[in-house]
Design a protein around this ligand. Structure first.
Ligand code: ZN
Length: 189
C-alpha cells in the first residue's frame, strides 16, 4: 500500500537528516516533497493494470510476419540500490490474427520499468505481457542497459552494458526466427 506524497516526504526528510544534512536549510526545504513526487512517478507502474493499459488497442489483422519495435527508451530503478538503470528495449512478435497499437509497446515497457526492478525480471515481464495481450505465435524482448549502481558506486565501471533477452514461442523454438530478429536489431547502430 503506497503512502500519500506528504507522508512519503516525511521519510525523505528523515533520510536527508540521517545523511547529516540540514533539511531546513533553504535549498532543501522543498526537497522531501519533490523527491517523494519524483519517486511516486518513477514507480507509478504499480498503479497500472495491463488490461486497462492496452484497452481498445488490440486490432484484428492478417499480418503474420515478424513485427519489430526497436530502441524503445527505458528508465527503471534497480531494486537492490534504488538507483536508475537506463537503456533501450527491443520487442518483436509474430502476430496470429491480432496486432497491438504501436504506442502501447512503449506503455507496456514503462508500466514494468516504473517499479523497483532487476533487468532480468523486467525483460521477462514485458515479453509475457505482450504474449498475453496479443496471443502471438512468438515474442522476443532484448534490453540493453547501463546501471547507475555500477557506474556511480561499487566497481565504478562506466562502459559496461548489461544485455538480457527473453524468447517465447517461435523465437525460442526456431533458431532461424531468432537469428532474423537479432539481425534486424543489430542494424543501424
Ligand atoms: Zn543496483
Amino acid at each position: 500500500m503506497s503512502l500519500p506524497v506528504e507522508d512519503l516526504a516525511e521519510h525523505f526528510r528523515a533520510i536527508i537528516d540521517g545523511l547529516g544534512e540540514d533539511p531546513d536549510r533553504e535549498g532543501l526545504q522543498d526537497t522531501p516533497t519533490r523527491a517523494a513526487k519524483a519517486m511516486k512517478f518513477l514507480t507509478q507502474g504499480y498503479e497500472q493494470d495491463l488490461a486497462e493499459l492496452v484497452n481498445n488497442a488490440v486490432f484484428e489483422s492478417a499480418m503474420d510476419e515478424m513485427v519489430v519495435i526497436q530502441d524503445i527508451e527505458l528508465y527503471s530503478m534497480c531494486e537492490h540500490h534504488m538507483l536508475p538503470f537506463i537503456g533501450k528495449c527491443h520487442i518483436a512478435y509474430l502476430p496470429q490474427g491480432r496486432v497491438l497499437g504501436l504506442s502501447k509497446f512503449a506503455r507496456v515497457v514503462d508500466m514494468y520499468a516504473r517499479r523497483l526492478q532487476i533487468q532480468e525480471n523486467l525483460t521477462r515481464e514485458i515479453a509475457e505481457a505482450i504474449e498475453n495481450v496479443t496471443g502471438a505465435k512468438g515474442v522476443a524482448v532484448v534490453i540493453e542497459a547501463q546501471h547507475m549502481c555500477m557506474m556511480m558506486r561499487g566497481v565504478e565501471k562506466q562502459n559496461s552494458r548489461m544485455k538480457t533477452s527473453m524468447m517465447l514461442g517461435q523465437f525460442r523454438k526456431s533458431q532461424a526466427t531468432r537469428t532474423e530478429f537479432l539481425n534486424l536489431i543489430s542494424n543501424n547502430r
